[in-house]
Write a protein that binds this ligand. Sequence first.
Ligand SMILES: [Zn+2]
Length: 198
Amino acid sequence: MTNTNCLENIKCPSCGNEESFRIAAKTMATVTDDGVEDHTEMEWDDDSYADCTKCCWHGALKDFTVRSDPGAGGEALAANHVSYTPGPWACDLDYIVAADPNGRHPDIYIAEIAESDEEGRVASHEQQLANRQLITAAPAQALMLDLSRYGLISLADGDAEFNGTVYAFDHMQPDWEALIDAIGWDTARTAIAKATAE
Ligand SMILES: [Zn+2]
């Protein structure tokens, strides 16, 4: 059963129940000393509190919203390529930057590396340098994982083959970004999107 009316696209993300929910609704009631005389229609929105009548999972109603099923591959694609700012990512001093997906700015700040904290709760400078490299490499790694998952790339001794072209690739010290740069970010993304749509 899929909801199409009052509960369209609503489903418990914890137990899968889609039959009934408790939703904190707003209404305007006429009240006398004896109790409620009448009230207007009940209203709620995406931010209204809701809980699942089966497992008691609770949150804002929007947390219960399911998107139209993109299929298993589509979910992986959504998780990896739509929900975060598309790569490549780079460092600008303590900021992690990426191209503005909306094209309004040359680039946008997406994260900041903390170098100091009043209580000293910060990793050492050396670790933060390494951490920022790992963070900026993450989108390339995610693309690589998906290319592998869908069998689009084959890694052999010292090289990687994608779409009939062989790229130099050091497996001991993998430079994922250089590899994705060589393949082309859009080319890689398009190949994955095609594979997940099949
Ligand atoms: Zn539930």
